[in-house]
Design a protein around this ligand. Structure first.
Ligand code: ADP
Length: 264
């Protein structure tokens, strides 16, 4: 069984009695650990590109009489700077969505529009790999939530589907109803995910293959952001995958009730 952390406080009542208050601090202590790990992870993730930027700046300085090499180093410097920029942006996104509390001020949002915007955002990356993205969104319902966040959640899934698929393959985005949930699924025929990793890919900074991610520029934050957004919308993300064959990530969200009819 789990160890629980209790703290006791004594409060005097008058001269002869004291009141003993016991408090369960287990969750608080767990969260402290999560926060510490997170800061350690962020620092580690920042160190690599910052180290590279420093080295490359030095190399440019040392190569100043060789324009060819200066240009080559400068190009790599831009890649590392872009990495730092992307990581910073994802950290900002994550901090915005991290608490899984329900949204304060949800709006009625067309799922079809969310799909269009998410796919548009990934189009250039897909074209660079000659990957065709097809969508099937007819009769998609509305959900209650924050459109920018839902676009971000889905965009992470579509962007991963492109990133972890071979050139020239196909990614499908489809919408279907399942009871009172709408399911938006993103299917790829890419590298797939082994069962042991499938549990963990939603954790912050978890990457199946960090060496490969380093090349492709992944941060390991995208899926945790998507999961937080799903939960704060009262939904969830499901994963089906087979190693070497492909993956389907499904965003499941409660459908908005039909708009109340105005009084006659
Ligand atoms: P990253 O920035 O590394 O893509 P994510 O949180 O989006 O971070 O994903 C975590 C890890 O899950 C990835 O590094 C990758 O190993 C794996 N992954 C995510 N999506 C897919 C996919 N569609 N196919 C195969 N592996 C995937």
């Amino acid at each position: 069984s789990q160890v629980r952390h209790l703290s006791a406080r004594a409060a005097p009542i008058g001269a002869r009695f004291i009141l003993l208050l016991a408090e369960d601090r287990t969750e608080e202590i767990r969260l402290e650990g999560v926060r510490r790990d997170f800061v350690a992870n962020v620092s580690h993730e920042l160190k690599t590109p910052i180290g590279a930027v420093t080295l490359l700046a030095d190399a440019i300085d040392a190569a100043s009489d060789d324009p060819e090499r200066v240009r080559a180093f400068a190009q790599r410097l831009m890649v590392e700077a872009a990495r730092l920029g992307a990581l910073t942006q994802e950290l900002i996104d994550l901090s915005r969505v991290q608490d899984d509390d329900p949204l304060d001020d949800p709006e009625r949002i067309e799922v079809e529009r969310v799909v269009e915007r998410a796919v548009d955002a990934v189009r250039v990356a897909a074209e660079a790999k000659r990957i065709r993205i097809s969508t099937r969104v007819a009769d998609a319902p509305s959900v209650l939530g924050d459109e920018a966040m839902l676009v971000m959640a889905l965009q992470n899934l579509v962007s991963n589907a492109v990133q972890y698929s071979p050139d020239g393959s196909h990614v499908g985005v489809g919408v279907r109803m399942s009871d009172d949930l709408v399911e938006v699924s993103v299917t790829d025929k890419g590298v797939g995910i082994a069962p042991g990793d499938a549990q963990r890919v939603f954790e912050r900074f978890y990457r199946v293959d960090p060496a490969r991610s380093r090349v492709t520029g992944g941060t390991g934050l995208g899926l945790s952001i998507t999961k937080h957004i799903a939960v704060s919308h009262g939904g969830e993300v499901q994963l089906w995958s087979r190693l070497g064959q492909g993956s389907t990530f499904t965003l499941r969200l409660p459908v908005a009730q039909p708009e109340a009819q105005g009084a006659a």
